[in-house]
Design a binder for this molecule. Structure first.
Ligand SMILES: [Mg+2]
Length: 239
């Protein structure tokens, strides 16, 4: 009976805990937010990015990796840097880097149950591409939970944390930022969201990729909530 008891607990409604009763739009980053950073998926993508940079810029692996990280820091995504500095074609790159083995990725029924109970509209907001997002969501059993996926094409290759990315999706979806919550494992991606009035939740991680990328100061006020476990956090909030 223990498993039944846990299941009942997991879906119970807390009457204390973080107050999200104002939220009608729920915005989730994809990679390392909706699935676990430790399962190696992102490491595969990162490795294929290096492969691509090696072939595209004709560099040895070490130099390609360094160039990849420089572009990421300067432009927000490696792709953005390759496009702007080297004229790379986005479709070619996106197809290549996301062609990865997802067999280790399993359905996450506990997280899906928590997301399913969130009232209003739900979105995925990723700097990746929608084919990758669709494959991931299918693997983790969450395709049906989201109203739309906003990908790097949706935001015209202006990745988070560029403010244009947020403005375009808010306008396109007719969101009220004051009634929106955004979840991301990269703290700086929450800064523009908070400035627009969204409630922000940082999926706290010590993973190296959470600290790379464009330099941006993150103040305490940019992060409304932080958690290391999205399922437990969603279980704790008032909605
Ligand atoms: Mg992420």
């Amino acid at each position: 009976m223990e498993s039944a008891h846990i299941a009942e607990n997991a879906l119970s409604k807390p009457d204390s805990g973080p107050d999200f009763r104002h939220v009608r739009s729920w915005i989730f980053d994809l990679d390392n937010t909706l699935y676990c950073a430790r399962n190696g998926i992102f490491a595969q993508i990162e490795s294929r990015m290096t492969d691509y940079v090696m072939a595209f810029l004709k560099l040895e692996r070490e130099a390609a990796y360094a160039r990849q990280k420089d572009l990421y820091r300067a432009y927000g995504t490696t792709l953005n840097g390759l496009m702007l500095e080297h004229g790379a074609a986005p479709d070619d790159y996106l197809h290549y880097v996301h062609d990865i083995d997802l067999s280790d990725l399993k359905p996450d029924a506990a997280l899906a149950a928590q997301i399913e109970k969130l009232p209003g509209r739900r979105f995925v907001f990723t700097n990746g591409c929608r084919d990758h997002a669709a494959r991931i969501l299918d693997r983790i059993g969450m395709t049906h939970l989201f109203d739309a996926v906003w990908d790097i094409r949706t935001i015209a290759f202006k990745p988070k944390p560029q403010v244009e990315a947020y403005e375009s999706v808010v306008t396109a979806a007719g969101l009220n930022p004051g009634q929106s919550a955004m979840f991301d494992d990269i703290a700086r991606n929450l800064v523009p969201a908070r400035a627009m009035g969204m409630t922000t939740i940082w999926l706290q991680s010590d993973a190296p990729w959470a600290k790379q990328g464009p330099a941006m100061d993150v103040a305490a006020g940019d992060i409304d909530h932080r958690t290391e476990n999205l399922t437990e956090f969603l279980q704790s909030i008032r909605i």
